[in-house]
Design a protein around this ligand. Sequence first.
Ligand SMILES: *[C@@H]1O[C@H](CO)[C@@H](O)[C@H](O)[C@H]1NC(C)=O
Ligand SMILES: *[C@@H]1O[C@H](CO)[C@@H](O)[C@H](O)[C@H]1NC(C)=O
Ligand SMILES: *[C@@H]1O[C@H](CO)[C@@H](O)[C@H](O)[C@H]1NC(C)=O
Ligand SMILES: *[C@@H]1O[C@H](CO)[C@@H](O)[C@H](O)[C@H]1NC(C)=O
Ligand SMILES: *[C@@H]1O[C@H](CO)[C@@H](O)[C@H](O)[C@H]1NC(C)=O
Ligand SMILES: CC(=O)N[C@H]1CO[C@H](CO)[C@@H](O)[C@@H]1O
Length: 563
Amino acid sequence: MYTHTFLQRLLSVCILLSVLAQAVSAGWFSPRFSRSRTRAALPDLYEASVAELQAGLDAGQFTSVDLVKAYFARIEEVNLQGPMLRAVIETNPSALAQAAALDEERKTSGPRSALHGIPVLVKDNIATIASEGMNTTAGSFSLLKSIVPEDAGVVKRLRAAGAIILGKANLSEFAHFRGNVASGWSGRGGQCTNAYFPHADPCGSSSGSGVAASIGLAAVTLGTETDGSITCPTDHNNLAGIKPTVGLTSRAGVVPISEHQDTVGPLVRSMADAAIVLSIIAGVDPNDNFTSAQPSPVPDFTKALNKDALKGKRIGVPRAVFLNDTITGNDPSIGQAFEEALNTIRSLGATVVDPADIPSAEQILTSNAENLVLDVDFKIQLNAYYAALLANPSGVRTLAELIQFNNDNPALEEPPRFEDQSTLIEAQSTNGMNSTYFQALAMDKELGATNGIDAALQQNNLDALILPAAGLTTVPAAIAGYPIITVPLGFYPDNVTVGLAGPETIYPAPGVPFGLSFLGTAFSEFDLIGFAFAYEQKTQTRLARRAFAEAIPKTQLIDVIGK
Ligand SMILES: *[C@@H]1O[C@H](CO)[C@@H](O)[C@H](O)[C@H]1NC(C)=O
Ligand SMILES: *[C@@H]1O[C@H](CO)[C@@H](O)[C@H](O)[C@H]1NC(C)=O
Ligand SMILES: *[C@@H]1O[C@H](CO)[C@@H](O)[C@H](O)[C@H]1NC(C)=O
Ligand SMILES: *[C@@H]1O[C@H](CO)[C@@H](O)[C@H](O)[C@H]1NC(C)=O
Ligand SMILES: *[C@@H]1O[C@H](CO)[C@@H](O)[C@H](O)[C@H]1NC(C)=O
Ligand SMILES: CC(=O)N[C@H]1CO[C@H](CO)[C@@H](O)[C@@H]1O
């Protein structure tokens, strides 16, 4: 969930002024980076792809131990020092030992998969077994030192594939289902900020995953989305991200909001990496029965990476509501970049059908069905999550006790400048699934799918829809449980009017990225990956701009190899 309010903006004026003064004096408005270096023998960890890292590991250029050491040093440089990005909550004390074992295994029997020995950072609402040394808290002190029954379903798949869990990423606490709290803030992790401009909003709720991926604090990261929480940090951090269809990736062991909308997916630097990660984390999990609805077998999504994928396809533009800046609040620079993107899509051989409106668009704007379903689901499912813990030293075992815990521990759990847990309180006031709830659930399906995305696709005979990632783009897909794939579209101009996002964050801001989203029907990821890849390869927008100098970690493989 992603929101920011007028109140936050008012409260933030002083912060803005001091941030701007700081930015001007530090020369952060200076011209964009130019890429002119000679090619290094070792991959640059700022940009390194999974394939490059895997090739270097296979060739014996470096080991997974080297990779873990390098990423740890990079996190150290920027997380709580320098720009203090607060992207990572914990690092894995077992990661070096795991890397050494996987290096050994590579020598004796070869790699298990494309992710063998590759360090992955996962959002802190995705469970990892406590005996490994890390906590799973969704950013909340109410879950510190809790003992989860087992690894999350997606973590089991990553480990089976030979990936190394490098650490846990900061997030908007409880995946932004707490109340009027800034994106990227959690009690445990503090305020995560964007690497493209000092103190800029990283968006959320997968904020730390997005920021970490954007500057190479890990090879790849995982996030979760209920409504916007992968798509928006992908948008704000110059990334490729996949919000999978609900039921493609397991939510077992993920601190829940709603089984009807939650989904786990990658935030990475390229569609190629996204396809690799999705191929590994997708699949049926007996601990999440929604996964039994997915087509079998899981496709090899890397086979979708075709530069000609848009040739002969019909791509629709749902202009009404979703491209109206008065409604979305989008800056005009996003609209300009989007119109250019449509020309690129045409140049790649697709027919752009414009407009191709979503019939339910106006109704989606006014519907309260999503809030109602999420409130009811959250109370039931969070209570079940607490109940399934093998231990929880905070003593919190219910949503009601969580609210009390936050009230009792302001020093730990009070966001900067004001206390807010209005969403938790609203969810607590619900009384389970009644007829109003089931009507709302049916309404979500009607607005998001039947008379929403599916209607727009069918009425116009389309292969996909396309929109800027920012704005209200995520809502129809959220309530339908449908996929969104996002790639870089552009950057705010250096003279953009800076706004306020939270008590400690600004948005928009000069040079902060924004993305382009491809939307489709249930389980259309294979096609959407192809379309997004074709656009990404043609434009290479990610490479056009780098993070601000201080936010770029300096440690590289050369600094750790053999040490
Ligand atoms: C996380 O949990 C483990 C025990 O499960 C503990 O040893 C470690 O210190 C915890 N981390 C923090 C930051 O408290
Ligand atoms: C999963 O199980 C729950 C009850 O345990 C049920 O309400 C839901 O319909 C099931 N979903 C699927 C997709 O089978
Ligand atoms: C955009 O939305 C505003 C507010 O609802 C409306 O007045 C305006 O007519 C819309 N613009 C277009 C082009 O539909
Ligand atoms: C169902 O519960 C909600 C609160 O969760 C309440 O607002 C609504 O009136 C209830 N509906 C019925 C039919 O009782
Ligand atoms: C920013 O600069 C561009 C081009 O130089 C100009 O067209 C635009 O009006 C400026 N915007 C603002 C807000 O000053
Ligand atoms: C890995 C890391 O730097 N974790 C830090 C995250 O932020 C909290 C709060 O500032 C620190 O206590 C952690 O050490």
